[in-house]
Design a protein around this ligand. Structure first.
Ligand code: NAP
Length: 522
């Protein structure tokens, strides 16, 4: 399992991170020592709205064990976080039914025992992680084992031991420590902090650490050496034995069929990509495309048959919302659903398009505080405007048809310009969401090459061809480019995660789609 720490400085920023992270990861850790004015109740509710499966850890790290300093304006709050306030917060987390609270061994037996007895009183299933961090070195394996033993004897449900790697050899103590815990049938989270500790972060899950930590692309690390979620996942799928860390039994055996609902669907690459991924994930299921003429009938079929999940594409992304039992907050705000999860007859709608686009974009440039021109005013433009706004960026809508452009801009409270004015706009990035440049019109671009000069990054949601004329022009001028392939693969990975609870093999999916598109291009 991979956990994303939420380390934002304000409650509003943390809410945004929670929404992104809860969809992408298995767990989130709310670092309440860092989130100024953080409202625990609201943060937990936000995570659960996004995903019914997300697990939550609540932590209020002692400053002596934290490498990430609180922002300057939080210094007073930090000083003010007394042990009494910390205990109150951890008890509140237990009352709110979080999966784990994390308390440091250094807080003492008395505090830990108090929390254990509070859990019992509340008949709570919250588990207590007793943690120990050394932010400057890694002691000997013998010392680490003694620390483990102290945490275990105090009654920790899970022990967490994270020292700082000063040399590459420090990493080698981690497998020994994990094996020591496993020999006693105890759960342990162990890895080394620091740039030299990265290898232990990658390997910890293979060695048997209960979980690992990662950060979203462009997100703030809670400890040095943390890798992005995508990098961690890519390593997981490359390393032998990674299946051992995946929890079995998430899916009942009769719910492994997946469908694409759209019209037309003949050209879709989703069946190829998803079936390859399902096979690699060792899920005995199948994904098929259905060309739908009667959406109501198709939805009755999904509800009644053993179909675990569906992708939704043109022209049903909006109309399908009328047939669902529940719609996730992002999909409601965006006004479109591209993913359905069948929770034993209850149909829940999500949108992974915006998230896929944001993940692809944030691999190249942090969105927060930046301005992005979006060309187009259809479904893909809506996903782009929503994602950019949600990530703290500023969208600007540019469209051929003024009324449609103005309506989209009004929805997201952002400026609108007609397509003819594009050369006069200053922005950090450009996102093409029109179909201009799509196969077979591969020599067309929605903007002239000269108009691209001002941008740092240029994105095209089109993936056929892999490199549109727009991207070729931008690349020739030295700008960073993002192909629609990245968005496509990542929105698909988001769907698989929602359907199966497992991480999708992103590298394989990218390779599969890329190879098929290259065949089409030749
Ligand atoms: P849509 O709702 O039909 O919207 C298309 C937009 O493109 C409209 O605003 C339209 O402008 C504009 N447009 C079309 N032809 C144009 C032209 N010749 N000149 C200027 N503007 C033009 O379509 P959509 O659902 O947003 O999809 C758009 C593209 O995104 C498609 O190519 C689709 O395959 C791609 N897409 C990719 C992914 C991915 O994962 N990579 C996901 C979703 C969509 P008007 O308002 O003036 O008509």
């Amino acid at each position: 399992m991979i956990c994303i720490p939420i380390t934002d400085a304000t409650h509003q920023e943390a809410l945004r991170s929670v929404a992104r992270s809860a969809m992408a990861a298995d767990l989130i850790e709310l670092r309440m020592d860092l989130i100024a004015d953080g409202d625990l109740d609201q943060l937990i509710a936000a995570a659960r709205r996004v995903s019914g499966r997300i697990k939550i850890i609540v932590t209020c790290r002692r400053k002596e064990e934290a490498l990430l300093p609180p922002p300057l304006d939080q210094a007073d709050r930090k000083k003010g976080m007394t042990k009494t306030a910390k205990m109150r917060l951890l008890k509140q987390a237990i009352e709110l039914g979080v999966d784990f609270i994390d308390i440091e061994l250094a807080e003492g037996d008395k505090a830990i025992k108090q929390l254990q007895s509070f859990c019992r009183q509340q008949k709570s299933s919250t588990r207590i992680i007793v943690s120990w961090h050394d932010i400057s070195k890694t002691p000997s394996l013998g010392t680490l084992k003694e620390i483990f033993q102290t945490c275990a004897q105090i009654g920790a449900d899970i022990v967490k031991i994270v020292p700082y790697a000063r040399t590459a050899a420090d990493n080698l103590k981690v497998p020994g420590l994990i094996a020591y815990a496993k020999a006693q049938d105890r759960k342990i989270i162990a890895m080394c902090m620091g740039d030299l500790g990265q290898i232990s972060r990658v390997m910890a899950l293979v060695w048997g650490s209960y979980l690992g930590f990662a950060v979203l692309s462009g997100g703030k690390k809670s400890a040095p050496g943390q890798l992005t979620l995508n990098t961690m996942r890519e390593f997981q799928h490359l390393l032998p034995g990674h299946q051992r860390s995946i929890q079995p039994g998430l899916l009942p055996p009769d719910t492994l069929n997946f469908v694409l609902l759209g019209n037309p669907v003949r050209q879709s690459l989703s069946p190829l990509m998803h079936n390859k991924a399902l096979e690699a994930m060792q899920i005995d299921g199948h994904y098929s495309a259905f060309c739908v003429s009667d959406l109501a009938q198709a939805m009755t079929g999904i509800r009644g048959m053993s179909i675990r999940g569906a992708s939704v594409t043109i022209p049903f992304k909006t109309t399908v919302m009328d047939y669902l039992d529940e719609i996730d907050a992002d999909a409601v705000a965006l006004g479109a659903v591209n993913t359905i999860v069948n929770e034993r007859g209850r149909l829940v709608g999500y949108n992974t398009d915006w998230l896929g686009l944001m993940q692809a974009l944030e691999d190249k440039i942090p969105v927060v505080g930046k301005t992005f021109v979006i060309i187009g005013a259809g479904g893909a433009a809506r996903a782009a405007a929503y994602g950019i706004k949600k990530e703290g960026g500023r969208p600007v809508i540019v469209n051929r048809t003024r009324d449609k452009g103005r309506a989209l801009a009004a929805r997201f409270d952002c400026p609108f310009y007609p397509l003819s004015a594009i050369g006069k706009i200053q922005a950090h990035g450009l996102v093409n969401t029109t179909s201009v440049g799509m196969y077979p019109q591969i020599h067309q671009s929605p903007v002239t090459s000269a108009a691209l000069a001002n941008y740092q990054v240029v994105v095209d949601v089109i993936y056929n061809p892999l490199k549109t004329k727009l991207l070729r022009d931008a690349e020739a001028q030295g700008q960073k480019i993002v192909s629609g392939l990245e968005m496509f693969v990542r929105q698909g990975a988001g769907q698989l995660k929602l359907w199966t609870g497992k991480d999708a093999p992103l590298v394989l999916m990218r390779k599969t789609v890329r190879e098929r598109l290259e065949t089409l291009e030749t």
